[in-house]
Design a binder for this molecule. Sequence first.
Ligand SMILES: [Fe+2]
Length: 236
Amino acid sequence: MNRRQFLGVLGALTWMGLSRRPFGWSLASEAETYPFRLPPLPYPYEALEPHIDARTMQIHHQGHHQTYVQNLNKALEELPQFQSWELERLLSHLSDVPSSHRTTIQNNGGGHWNHSFFWRILSPTPSEPSKALQARLEKVFGSWAAFRAKFLDTAAQLFGSGWVWLVQTPRGDLSIVPTANQDNPLMPHITPQGKPILGIDVWEHAYYLKYQNRRTEYLAAVWQVINWAQVEALLG
Ligand SMILES: [Fe+2]
């Protein structure tokens, strides 16, 4: 191992273990620690029509997301020692949470984080990935079309409920990762663990009202409303 590799590993270990917000992502709301609150949607429920219908967005935000927030707060009511922890810290250090509450925090903390991320990675304003962003992803995946195909195929093939992510590891590597349920790459059992750059919800609740079992149609539609400037900003 040369000096550069050594420093890279050292940096990654420090980043994983010591930082309170190791992935640099914030929900950017006043509700970053207990009690968590449902963040407002950054656009009206109907704004993503015709790609994602207003009724789905409303139920998804006010119903599903709100329930994750409520259940997360309920679990933390009983864990006062974790009430000052930011959500990202909780999710990246799940083994520190007592086993009696770990799955609840994983599922509902994950649900809150994932949906907060998702609302902001979408936009009603059509956008195209910049040349610079395309070039970075082409370098890893061969072409923009290959990146898109791999990302959407991974999402289409995910069995059951979950998410698909573009993840940046502490060493800067990029990969496409599916996760089950409300897991995400902040969590230590996900390989690779890293910073989410792009994520798409592939739970049926994200599309069933409009697309029923046609998940690939939903995926093609949601791709039309990705906020590429946000993706590029996260990639840094
Ligand atoms: Fe969802």
